[in-house]
Design a protein around this ligand. Structure first.
Ligand SMILES: Cc1cc2nc3c(=O)[nH]c(=O)nc-3n(C[C@H](O)[C@@H](O)[C@H](O)COP(=O)(O)OP(=O)(O)OC[C@H]3O[C@@H](n4cnc5c(N)ncnc54)[C@H](O)[C@@H]3O)c2cc1C
Length: 474
């Protein structure tokens, strides 16, 4: 394995990573950008350069906005390392796997633009075959043009829920119902943030349009749904969904149940590097501590986009560009005055983009039943540990998520706690009646992705030489 050095290495080819790469390459930096996906675009613009769907109306203009960004990115001199899983990062180097081999890169600056993941939605039956998240249905849609098996019911809370429902309807996939789990009280609480919401009126308008589109398509939208449960038939497959509405219990037959409770930053890599994180009450998740340029608690390591806090795709792009300003200055290509001048307009636009966030965060904060699931609900899917088991071990003195690993194996599976981490911390905090910051989070260790021994072996010094240049595509 040949080591290779770059001025800037970026992890994640979403709007944040691409925007930062473009500006940095144009400023003359030697940039490498790595992403697990084969094409640039991230979550929102996934495969926008070669879409699987011909009808542009299905995914809508927000998706195709990404074409210009991807095009600019591809025209720049950037080493785009495709299909590369970054499994370890340190202050000046990172390791990744691609095509069955592992490689190491060194850098002067690192930008983590690893985006968001859907918030795990533990409720009775969430692990049943046929239950999947809205985001994963959208990935199938964007990458292969595949639709979920019908009848489809969609349940949860948040803008992506409505967007995916509309995208399915536009593609001719009948949606039996949208079960909105947003508690009624959240609408009243969100009104306190009306000022910001009005500044973000474009987003509000989009939401209103999506609702109107569903109404026009005749999709029932049932609000204030509680006690969601997915039930399987004798073949073990999803058969129906049950829920409570206005004090009565209902049942709907479905082959697919798409669930969604918003998105949270993907902090596996930033956690594994030991960067400082704090609990955001507003977004109900952990965020890396960063300054206004996205620089983390470790000098030279920057975080931009949803990985630093949920702000949406346009905010991610602006944050990527702001971090690029700081990195270009750090590496001596512009002076401080030039940096600040370039950043001024970006900050103004970013403020506008983020104005609606407090309103959305209050409105779409998940209902308590998803944050504190009932005892019988599985929390750690990898190791099959229930919420009741976590409460039991917490009652026996287990003080935090790291001890919970030893007590119950929760968080010890291949996802390294990516799916249960938030819930385990919340349950332990509930039992001990402590703020979640005091309970803490799993200590995430490299490799943050499953790596085969074969992949690791290719990093041995005597192995055949495959330089990063050989896997990079300009
Ligand atoms: C499943 C899903 C679907 C979404 N769909 C929409 C949508 O349709 N519309 C919308 O407005 N918002 C959507 N969002 C929200 C959204 O992700 C954006 O706000 C925006 O894409 C954030 O941009 P970003 O650059 O921060 O990260 P992203 O666009 O998420 O890009 C992050 C990239 O990092 C890569 N990555 C992460 N970890 C590693 C690693 N260890 N090694 C290598 N690569 C890595 C990922 O493959 C990904 O391409 C979605 C979110 C999710 C989770």
């Amino acid at each position: 394995m040949t080591e290779s050095h770059y001025d800037l290495v970026i992890v994640g080819a979403g709007p944040a990573g691409m925007a930062a790469a473009i500006d940095s390459a144009r400023a003359g930096l030697r940039v490498a950008l790595l992403d697990e996906q084969q094409t640039a675009g991230g979550q929102i613009y996934r495969r926008v350069g070669s879409p699987a769907l011909r009808d542009r109306k299905i995914l809508g203009p927000d998706y195709y906005y990404g074409e210009k960004l991807v095009d600019s990115f591809q025209r720049c001199s950037i080493d785009h390392i495709r299909g590369a899983s970054v499994w370890e990062a340190e202050a000046d180097q990172l390791c990744f796997s691609v095509d069955g081999g592992s490689h190491r890169l060194t850098f002067d600056a690192l930008l983590l633009a690893t985006g968001a993941q859907e918030r795990p939605v533990p409720f009775p039956g969430w692990t049943a075959p046929g239950v999947m998240t809205c985001g994963s249905a959208q990935i199938m849609f964007k990458t292969s043009g595949l639709a979920p098996a019908v009848p489809v019911v969609i349940a949860g809370s948040g803008p992506l829920l409505l967007l995916v429902a509309c995208q399915l309807v536009r593609a001719g996939v009948p949606v039996e119902a949208v079960l909105d789990t947003t508690p009624g009280s959240h609408y009243r609480e969100a009104l306190a943030e009306l000022g910001g919401a009005l500044r973000g009126w474009r987003y509000l308008l989009k939401g209103v349009r999506l609702l109107a589109e569903l109404r026009q398509a005749g999709v029932p939208l049932i609000k204030n749904v509680r006690q969601l449960q997915a039930l399987t038939g004798s073949d073990g497959q999803l058969e129906r969904v049950e829920y409570s509405h206005r004090g009565r219990r209902y049942s709907r037959v479905c082959k697919t149940l798409l669930v969604h409770q918003g998105v949270v930053p993907n902090v596996q890599l930033s956690r594994s590097m030991g960067l400082e994180h704090f609990w955001s009450e507003q977004q109900q998740c952990w965020l890396p501590r960063c300054d206004l340029w996205g620089e983390s608690s470790m000098a030279g390591i920057y975080i931009a986009g949803d990985g630093g806090g949920i702000g949406g795709a346009l905010a991610a792009e602006l944050q990527g560009r702001l971090s690029a300003c700081a990195i270009i200055h750090r590496l001596g290509r512009i002076n401080q005055g030039e940096r600040d001048e370039q950043a001024r307009g970006l900050r103004r636009q970013l403020d506008q983009q983020l104005a609606i966030r407090p309103f959305l965060d209050r409105l779409y904060r998940p209902a308590a039943e998803f944050l504190h699931p009932a005892d019988e609900t599985l929390v750690c899917r990898c190791e099959e540990v229930s919420a009741g088991e976590i409460r039991r071990i917490a009652g026996q003195g287990c003080a935090g998520p790291n001890q919970a690993k030893a007590f119950s194996r929760a968080g010890m599976g291949p996802c390294q706690g990516r799916l249960c981490g938030l819930t385990v911390s919340q349950l332990i905090a509930e039992v001990h009646q402590l703020p979640i910051e005091e309970v803490g989070y799993y200590r995430v260790r490299a490799p943050i992705k499953p790596v085969t021994l074969g992949e690791l072996a290719t990093m041995a010094p005597q192995s055949s030489h495959h330089g990063a240049g050989e896997v990079a595509e300009k």
